[in-house]
Ligand binder design. Structure first.
Ligand SMILES: *Cc1c(COP(=O)(O)O)cnc(C)c1O
Length: 376
């Protein structure tokens, strides 16, 4: 077997080393270091927001947002079932009720036409999650939110540098969140960011991130928070990566277009949409969905790719099917057929920032071989 092609590899060949070295040489390695504020300010400015609050990962950013919005017992939050567990955990821990909607079969994002029918007197917020590289259709969501007085939480973890009708993703929520995990468009190793224009929410998130220490009575607490602080070393990486965001988005778009060009004529295979009328795909990951008319599902395809030295990952397992919630009797008899099919038939192929053209060609050859052997 020739070299294994990993599903993701980050690109760290800009100023990362230089800024990291500066942390070590100056001794500023904790969250007190100067790169944190600089990263927060520059990242927030890039996304057109007033406040940026850097945290230790994208999940923590969501947890703090839910807590800051005071989503509590009985409060309903409308959100996609096709997403990562990070989106739902703190809602459930706080006693809130996640109310799910299915996915659009073409964009794989939440089907925004299903939102309004799910609103009740207990609905408090809509959580949008931009999936895999295409933005959620925000205008209808924002319109519903305004008409019903709902908060919008925007999980933009997969959307650094993406826009919706020309406006940055991450600029739409009352609170918006990002992750900087190594498979995101920019990475800090582990890391996340909360963005908001609301001074009070920003202050609350800063406090929640830092154990709700009080400025004047440090060890006296009015509220429970977490230690979610980002280190100066993470922010050093973030600054170096942010300098290259446009280049990174360009790389991903070229990679996605190349995959689509090479895979477009294969029967039985659904590819990501290149664009919608509100956004052009930035291919956080390059996903494939096998038609149910093929005798292949995502799991078997991933196994065959693995045997050919190609890394891959499954799609999200829908929230309503999660054992942790089934055990509690949540989401009983709820069905979301599109999300269920996406999980069963979908997977993604190597599409990291450092995935090169030769690797794309090799992956495509393997996908073609596999598809030539299945019935359609
Ligand atoms: C990656 C991701 C997260 C979680 O971020 P972590 O930094 O891994 O905690 C949350 N939401 C979405 C949509 C993601 O893709």
């Amino acid at each position: 077997m020739s070299d294994f092609i990993p599903v993701n590899e980050p690109l760290l060949d800009g100023n990362e080393k230089k800024y990291l070295l500066e942390c070590i040489e100056t001794g500023w390695i904790s969250s007190e270091g100067p790169f944190i504020k600089e990263f927060e300010q520059k990242f927030a400015a890039r996304m057109g927001r007033k406040h940026g609050i850097a945290v230790c990962n994208g999940t923590a950013a969501i947890d703090a947002s839910i807590e800051a919005l005071e989503i509590g017992p009985g409060d309903e939050v409308i959100m996609p079932t096709f997403t990562i567990i990070s989106c739902i955990s703190q809602i459930v821990r706080n006693g809130g009720i996640p109310v799910l909607v299915d996915s659009d079969p073409l964009t794989w994002n939440m089907d925004v036409t299903q939102i309004e029918a799910k609103i009740t007197s207990r609905t408090k917020a809509i959580m949008v999650v931009h999936i895999f590289g295409l933005p959620v259709d925000m205008d209808p969501v924002l319109d519903i939110a305004v008409r019903h007085g709902l908060k919008v939480i925007e999980d933009a973890a997969e959307m650094h540098g993406q826009t919706y009708t020309g406006k940055p993703c991450g600029s739409f929520g009352d609170i918006s969140t990002f992750s900087f995990y190594p498979n995101k468009h920019i990475t800090t190793g582990e890391g996340g960011m909360i963005l908001t224009d609301d001074d009070e929410l920003a202050e609350t998130c800063r406090s929640l991130r830092n154990l709700c220490f009080q400025p004047h009575k440090r060890f006296v607490h009015e509220r429970l928070g977490w230690n979610m602080r980002m280190t100066n070393m993470q922010a050093a990486l973030g600054l170096a990566q942010l300098e290259r965001l446009d280049e990174f988005v360009g790389r991903k778009r070229r990679m996605g277009s190349l995959y689509s060009e090479l895979l477009k004529d294969i029967p039985g295979l659904q590819l990501p949409l290149a664009k919608t009328n509100y956004g052009e795909n930035i291919y956080w990951v390059y996903g494939l969905v096998l038609d149910e008319s093929t005798d292949l599902d995502g799991e078997s395809a991933m196994k065959m790719l693995g045997e050919k030295g190609i890394g891959s990952r499954p799609f999200f397992y829908p929230m309503h099917q999660q054992p942790v919630f089934q055990k509690e009797g949540r989401f009983q008899n709820e069905e979301y057929p599109v999300a269920e099919r996406l999980y069963r038939q979908g997977f993604y192929i190597p599409s990291g920032m450092a995935t090169g053209e030769e690797q794309v060609y090799r992956v495509v050859e393997s996908v073609k071989e596999i598809m030539s052997r299945v019935g359609v």
